[in-house]
Ligand binder design. Structure first.
Ligand code: IMP
Ligand code: MG
Length: 507
């Protein structure tokens, strides 16, 4: 545990107080997995309203359990409604296979991981890596995600569909049943089946039947919300889930946690369910006031009544009713498109993205510290070699130019010629060292990435670049963190500062 200290500050009472606090177990450390990371400056004292999404934001799910449930319902529908063979029931979960940010190619039946420049770094057909020459075909053209050939997996709810797509292709083609597999249709069937399981309430019914199995109750959530409220922030809930589901999950997570809040609803000034994000940010649906059973009572024209619950609504009316400017709102969500992109594009809301995968990713970083340090050292060595090579090449170019002029007297000409030969030999040597270092770097990179995820490597990186997902997080989330309760470790008036960014020519 790091000692609480203030460098260069010799005020004695302060030092005493810090020592006492350290002895009492207060630490200056924030575990990396629980830190808040900053892409864009955010002054919390300029934020008066903090909004929360529910699913995968306030309510963190046990991913493997929820995925298995989704897969089970989807497989049932595929067999019963779309005539798929019973044999697909034998498909076993493969929790590592689907990650956020991968792209489904419905035309060729492949799943791709892109970097932030849309370059395909890895690709699978079923569970087999796509052959080199086929992968190359992707790399020769820019992937246009706007085409309906491609589907971006941008929410944790969508992981089962990416997994099942690969698993069914793998299963049917390996058994020889897949000769006439229509990849587009297969994806559409899976999408329709998952959509149905969500829409007809089967998934929600099972979750509500055994909430602890599916939902992780965060013991620090109540205190986190309380801390924000105590600092004068207003809180709101804005979820796409229906009232009946929202109320049960929120009760499970917050009721009884703090005696000053009799029920979860006391934490929030406004509660909006079935919000239809991303449409909420662009549309003009009215806010419907609901009764206690979640039945619509009437359209709400004016403000919101505290303690009541609403359905639907839209961004403009929300801000008008509350007399708010968009820049006063921080919205905390998990869905890159529904919560982050749309709220950024259509409003001035500031954004905090909850990325629950970060806990695992950062813990793995910790266990692989030695390998990562070796990687950074090699990367550094390569950068130095590259810069050496460029400097030597520049000199050689000058010597070549001087030699080519042919106006040099013989003695100087011979010296130039000798220098050119020496320099070329040295360049060969540097080139060899560079190739060796690069080879070692690539091997180490593969070893480290396989430890993070044997199929896809790092979530946030692809090769030397940000992964497509990492790029989107950087573009759309002002701040990001692994769970809502991490906010508790920071002052509600904190000025979150981004690191200064540099263009290559500025370094
Ligand atoms: P939020 O994250 O709280 O805004 O809500 C997510 C809601 O979307 C949950 O009620 C999910 O059940 C629902 N959902 C997630 N994926 C699908 C889908 O594919 N079809 C229909 N509803 C979905
Ligand atoms: Mg969500």
């Amino acid at each position: 545990m790091a000692l609480l200290t203030l460098e260069g500050f010799s005020d004695e009472p302060l030092q005493d107080a810090l020592e006492l606090l350290t002895a009492a177990g207060f630490s200056a450390d924030v575990e990396p997995a629980r830190e808040i990371y900053v892409n864009r400056d955010l002054r919390m004292n300029a934020i008066s309203w903090v909004g929360f999404d529910m699913d995968y934001t306030l309510a963190l799910y046990h991913q493997d359990e929820l995925d298995a449930l989704s897969v089970r319902h989807t497989v049932d529908t595929l067999i019963e409604h779309f005539g798929y063979p019973e044999a697909i029931r034998a498909i076993k979960p493969e929790p590592d296979f689907a990650i956020r940010g991968v792209v489904v190619d419905r035309k060729l039946g492949n799943i791709l991981k892109l970097d932030s420049h849309y370059y395909v770094g890895r690709a699978y057909h079923g569970f087999q890596p796509v052959a080199r020459e086929l992968k190359k075909a992707y790399q020769d053209e820019r992937i246009r995600l706007s085409l309906d050939r491609y589907v971006l997996v941008d929410t944790l709810f969508a992981l089962p569909e990416a997994f099942l797509y690969a698993a069914i292709i793998d299963h049917l083609e390996r058994d020889g049943d897949g000769a006439a597999l229509d990849y587009m249709q297969l994806y559409d069937h899976i999408r329709a089946a998952i959509d149905l399981a969500h829409a007809d309430g089967r998934i929600k019914r099972d979750v509500l039947g055994d909430i602890p199995r599916y939902v992780r109750r965060d013991p620090e959530l109540a205190q986190t919300l309380h801390k924000l409220r105590s600092a004068g922030k207003h809180l709101f809930l804005l979820t796409n889930s229906e009232w009946y589901y929202t109320s049960e999950l929120m009760s499970y997570m917050l009721d009884g946690a703090l005696s000053s809040y009799p029920t979860w609803r006391n934490y929030f000034d406004v509660v909006i369910t079935t919000a239809k994000k991303p449409w909420f940010f662009r549309g003009d649906d009215p806010f419907l006031l609901l009764d206690e059973l979640g039945r619509p009572l009437r359209e709400e024209q004016n403000g919101f009544i505290r303690g009541h619950v609403y359905e639907g609504g839209n961004l403009n009316d929300f801000q008008r009713k509350l007399g708010l400017r968009g820049s006063e709102v921080l919205y905390v969500g998990d869905h890159i498109y529904g919560d982050m992109i749309r709220s950024k594009r259509d409003s001035a809301w500031r954004t905090c993205m909850v990325i629950q995968e970060m806990e695992g990713e950062l813990q793995k970083r910790d266990t692989m510290r030695a390998e990562l340090n070796a990687w950074y050292a090699l990367d550094h060595e390569l950068a130095a070699l590259n810069s050496d090579l460029s400097a030597h090449r520049r000199v050689l170019e000058r010597l070549d130019a001087a030699y080519g002029l042919g106006t040099l007297d013989t003695a100087l000409g011979q010296k130039v010629e000798r220098a050119r030969r020496d320099l070329k030999r040295h360049l060969d040597l540097l080139g060899k060292r560079r190739r060796t270092a690069l080879g070692r770097l690539i091997d180490l990179d593969l070893e480290i990435a396989a430890n993070f995820n044997p199929f896809w490597g790092f979530l946030f990186k692809e090769g030397a670049e940000h992964s497509f997902f990492g790029g989107q997080v950087e573009d759309y989330a002002c701040i990001y963190t692994s769970r809502v309760s991490n906010l508790r470790q920071y002052s509600p008036l904190r000025y979150f500062r981004a690191r200064t960014q540099h263009m290559p020519h500025e370094l």
